[in-house]
Design a protein around this ligand. Sequence first.
Ligand code: LLP
Length: 380
Amino acid sequence: MLKQHLQELQQQATPFYVYSLELLRQTLQLAKTEAAKYNYHVHYALKANANAPILAEMLQAGFGADCVSGNEVKRAIEGGFKPEHVVFAGVGKSDAEINYALDQDIFCFNCESKHELEILNELATAKGKTARIALRINPNVNANTHKYITTGLEENKFGINAWELESVLELLQTLPAIELIGIHFHIGSQITDLSVFKNLCTRVNEFQEWFLSRNITLPHINVGGGLGVDYYNPDDNLIPDFEAYFGLFNQFLEVRPGQQVHFELGRSLVAQCGTLISKVLYIKKGITTNFAILDAGMTELIRPALYQSYHQIENLTSEKPEEKYDVVGPICESSDCFRKAVILPETNRGDLVAIRTAGAYGEVMASGYNLREKANVIYL
Ligand code: LLP
């Protein structure tokens, strides 16, 4: 796909992100169709990519917004999302962020601790408002993914543990400005083993029973996000299998009459539509391989350095016989390496290199380390 646009790409100053809005639309259409089969509601997790043209597509698809900071709530609302379609999650919401979200009358705060509930009650009371909340519960389910993006084990900082729930209910009795409307779960990201979601459903069903046995009805069940993408074969599996994903929840999640089920998908909606394009600056001999030194680095895409994650790397401009390279960036850290021992066509200064499947948690995690400029962005 990118090679069809080579001329256009060659005219841009590197490094830059390129997004295919056409592929994004196809992805959203599929996700929407599959979710609609079961009347599931999707909130897009802005943290994956919060660019305005991408948010506009999410809005167009009819998705709500899942936000984890005051600025994300602001971006969503300024981007046209109705406050009643905005959810605010996060383990450490500041007073200013909570106040802003209260002023906007957002749909729901996903709350992660008793302390947070107390503060939210205080701030809502001061404004004469009632805050709708979902309790984020830590279900202690292993997501079978990288440990940095595992969030649903008791050792993780996220959510309220099962053994604390009884006392949370007692606390809620004393918080008049809080209205409990649901429960929320999110066990991790880049989950490719779908059986993990089956385990999540089992736990959610158990928690539902627990609330029901205490005569508490929950209008909303939010099962979070986490569906993984195929970083290894981006061309074969361009769009994640939403049919299997939503179908699995339909099979295993018990939904009571009148209940709404919410999902918070981030990566699976946007990862595949983004690519980081970089130019080769230098080739340098190493002991075992050559280094291909790019003008993009960990400042533009930190995932390989932080999670040892795999992204397919392609030389878009060379068709010479293949050689082996350590593909690295210009930053003053040895962790600034996209991958070692990559087989590429013989690569030379000026070649354009594509780092694929970078639409989620790429641009949003960029940093200004080494006083780097922010990468440009284009949309195809
Ligand atoms: N809901 C909550 C509460 C979350 O914490 C997250 C992601 C999502 C939804 C969206 O999850 P997704 O569908 O995108 O998996 N920077 C890491 C990923 C961090 C994910 C954080 N939470 C990476 O590059 O792999």
